[in-house]
Design a protein around this ligand. Structure first.
Ligand code: C6P
Length: 406
């Protein structure tokens, strides 16, 4: 079944506007995607009809909100094919999910002299929490490098994994290079040495089907706001037997079973990791984002976005001075580039004035910038609502800017 993109665009009224008297072309969905009406309406409906604090109320509103909230946990479980709903922990986002694991798994399992492997293409959110853990515990961070094409050098894992390795944490898809990493292979190899693996799926979940059981991932984390959901919500998937052995991340209401001044017992999974009142309205609206993607059909979405990526790549390669970072054939979602002799910030600012929203800068991935010895880049990123016509508008704008600024 092919997707009806103009029908899809009707679900995103924000796209149908002019900025600086130019039709908006939104090419920044890797930073945050826009939200369909279904998501926006759900949040409004909750506040108009049945808002109440969850898990605590002895009244109709609280009960209804609780049922809806817990229903979204089931939707997430189904969406990533987890074996049980207890394995789905709601967080603020990918960043908090990684911090939770670094803190809690780190406390339980990482000791002085241990090693954690991350890759050279990680977002800062998948670097800094491990550095903080390493500092606390006297552990070491080792880095799996990538080739200029954007391909991870996974053959180097053999020499990187030692008997001291406790965890490998790697992106499913790079937010700069777009590379889709061979995570199933990485996980298999890690498990052969008894090493656990966390997958940062922030840039993957809206583009492709994710099956945590098939991957055998120990942890898989992502944010709702990059997959048509509200901001302020993320997911930590963790295998039940590992989560059970991990201590709580934060203390407070909800995460306890019984509190005495002499000592506290903790709640069962997943509540042990959900201290305090969660982001009730955003979680409930997130359910609509998952349904939205499922109704479109994730396979159709993948195929359409890959077509867009191929189309845009081919057009961009024809622009003189174009340098694309990340040219691996297994790629999705983003194109990061510079044009020889033109500053990326100038391009970004001028594109904005032409109605085209892109991201510029270091993309929260300093090591990737260092790899290519660049200070800054321009990135375009796609979602299912983008069109080849928008790519044409962007490419024509870029051609004009090359003439103006070079
Ligand atoms: N990348 C980008 O423009 P949060 O902020 O917690 O929702 O996601 C953090 C994060 C973690 N991992 C990867 C691979 C990411 O891409 C991001 C967020 C955005 O590339 C904002 S910096």
């Amino acid at each position: 079944m092919t997707l009806d993109i103009s029908k899809i665009r009707n679900d995103f009224p924000i796209l149908n506007q002019q900025v600086y008297n130019k039709p908006l072309v939104y090419l920044d969905s890797a930073a945050s995607s826009q939200k369909p009406l279904q998501v926006l309406k759900k949040e409004e409906q909750l506040h108009l009809e049945y808002y109440g604090n969850i898990h605590r109320g002895a009244h109709f509103l609280a009960d209804k909100a609780t049922v809806e909230f817990e229903g979204v946990r089931d939707l997430v479980q189904d969406f990533i094919n987890a074996s049980s709903r207890e394995e789905i922990v709601f967080t603020k986002g990918t960043t908090e999910s990684i911090n939770l694991v670094a803190s809690s798994f780190g406390d339980a399992f990482v000791t002085e002299g241990d090693e954690i492997i991350i890759s050279e293409m990680e977002h800062h959110a998948n670097i800094v929490p491990w550095q903080l853990l390493a500092q606390r515990k006297g552990a070491t961070i080792k880095v799996l490098p990538f080739l200029d094409s954007g391909e991870l050098q996974i053959e180097k894992l053999d020499e990187l994994i030692t008997e001291k390795t406790k965890l490998i944490s790697v992106a499913h898809v790079s937010n700069v290079l777009g590379t889709v990493n061979p995570i199933k292979k990485i996980i298999k190899q890690a498990h052969e040495s008894g090493v656990k693996v966390l997958i940062d799926g922030a840039q993957a979940v809206k583009h492709m089907a994710v099956d945590v059981l098939d991957l055998d991932a120990d942890f898989y984390v992502f944010s709702a706001h990059k997959m048509y959901g509200p901001n302020g919500v993320g997911v930590l998937y963790g295998k039940k037997e590992i989560l059970e052995q991990m201590p709580p991340y934060q203390g407070g209401g909800e995460m306890i079973s019984e509190v005495k001044f002499g000592g506290t017992t903790f709640n069962e999974l997943p509540y042990k990791f959900e201290a305090g009142t969660p982001n009730i309205s955003s979680v409930i609206a997130f359910g609509e984002a998952i349904k939205y993607l499922q109704n479109l059909g994730i396979k159709e979405v993948t195929a359409y976005e890959n077509k867009l990526l191929g189309y845009a790549t081919e057009k961009l390669q024809q622009i003189p001075g174009m340098i694309i970072y990340g040219t691996h054939h297994c790629k999705t979602g983003v194109i990061t580039f510079n044009i020889d002799g033109i500053h990326s910030f100038d391009l970004g600012t001028m594109l904005d004035k032409m109605g085209i929203a892109v991201r510029t800068g270091r993309l929260c991935a300093d090591p990737v910038m260092d790899h290519y010895k660049v200070q800054s880049t321009v990135r375009i990123s796609f979602a299912v609502y983008n069109t080849t016509e928008e790519v044409d508008i962007f490419v024509e704008a870029l051609k004009k800017l090359v003439v103006m600024l070079a």
